[in-house]
Ligand binder design. Structure first.
Ligand code: ADE
Ligand code: ZN
Length: 352
């Protein structure tokens, strides 16, 4: 292939990345709070932010590590007060990713970040679920909602949140675990996860983002999750890598997040191509896109460039996300057909 042909091929692949129907599985709805919206909500609720204006807040999005991000993330979500705020936040996210051809999304929310400020659990779920239903009707985006427990809080706190969730379980598909990882191992949440699974919920958890391989192993063994969120530090333990391959545990990777939080030095040394070559079940997501400089398409484009991915690898990422979702078999099959059709349209079909 000449240099020009190779350049054209990369451009065509980027066009395909933009057009492909996408499934997002790792997205904190509070992490979609753009600075402009934060000020809009603050003003209408009479809440003050520690920043003079939008630019000053955006300048603060320069993080040293996970904790420095969480400190700002937890403080900024205090502008979210009413059902309308949660509706608008979720609607704005859906409108944005509809333009990126997201067709299915499974979103986290952090109820403890709101109930601790006196916002009822019901208010949060009502606003988010109403927007998800409106997004289904208006944009054709299907969705699931995942209740995340904050791992820096106690087991008792998690159980109190689980009790508050009971009248709303028809809106909630799974439980998750997020916030500061190191020092807050998964074992602390074994019993609340058992209760959630016994109630028929699915389970996911952040692991191996800030914490090492032990956190991933502990999560698999004690929480019996359907997916691991991040899992990027699995490479520090080759036996664990083999287990993840054997069990085909989905890992929901978030490259721009890992870059911005210093989990990865850069995206060239990011292990994505290696993970794909080994047969790990990985997919690409945006985590907290308002804070990390990109939604799902920007994440895919960034790894395409840094890892010099080819179409077959991009397609694998798309297929993995569909299969790792909590959709039923028929919906998954329909999404696979849509993905393959767009690939053919872009010259990346079976013979492309
Ligand atoms: N909450 C929001 N984003 C998070 C992340 N990347 N890790 C842990 N907790 C989070
Ligand atoms: Zn996350």
């Amino acid at each position: 292939m000449t240099r020009t042909e190779s350049h054209d091929r990369k451009q065509a692949l980027d066009e395909f990345i933009k057009a492909m129907p996408k499934v997002e599985l790792h997205l904190h709805i509070e992490g979609t709070l753009e600075p402009e919206s934060a000020f809009r909500f603050a003003q209408r609720n009479g809440v003050s932010l520690d920043f003079e204006n939008v630019e000053a807040l955006r300048r603060a999005y320069d993080f040293e590590n996970l904790q420095s991000f969480l400190d700002l993330y937890n403080a900024t979500m205090s502008v979210l007060c009413t059902e309308e705020d949660f509706f608008d936040l979720t609607w704005d996210y859906l409108a944005r990713v509809a333009e990126q051809n997201v067709v299915h999304t499974e979103i986290f929310f952090d109820p403890q970040g709101h109930t601790r400020r006196g916002i009822p659990f019901a208010t949060v779920v009502a606003g988010i679920s109403r927007a998800l239903e409106a997004g289904r009707q208006h944009f054709g985006i299907s969705s699931r909602l995942i209740l995340c427990f904050w791992r820096h809080l106690s087991e008792e706190d998690a159980f109190a949140t689980w009790a508050q969730a009971q009248p709303h379980l028809d809106h909630i598909t799974a439980v998750g675990l997020d916030s500061s990882e190191v020092g807050h191992p998964p074992e602390k949440f074994q019993r609340v996860y058992a209760a959630a699974r016994a109630a028929g919920l699915k389970a996911v958890a952040h692991a191996g983002e800030e914490g090492g391989p032990d956190y991933i192993r502990g999560t698999l063994d004690t929480l019996q999750v359907d997916r691991i969120d991040h899992g990027i530090r699995c490479f520090e333990d080759s036996a664990l890598v083999h287990r993840l391959i054997d069990e085909q545990t989905p890992l929901t990777l978030c490259p721009l997040s890992n870059l911005r939080l210093g989990v990865s030095k850069n995206l060239v040394s990011y292990n994505l191509a290696r993970m794909l070559a080994l047969g790990l079940n990985v997919c690409i997501n945006s985590d907290d896109p308002a804070y990390f400089g990109g939604y799902i398409t920007e994440n895919l484009l960034a790894v395409r460039v840094a890892q010099d991915l080819v179409a077959a690898q991009v397609l694998t990422l798309g297929r993995n996300a569909i299969d790792a979702s909590f959709l039923g078999a028929e919906d998954k099959a329909a999404l696979h057909r849509r993905l393959e059709a767009v690939a053919v349209e872009h010259g990346f079909g079976p013979s492309g």
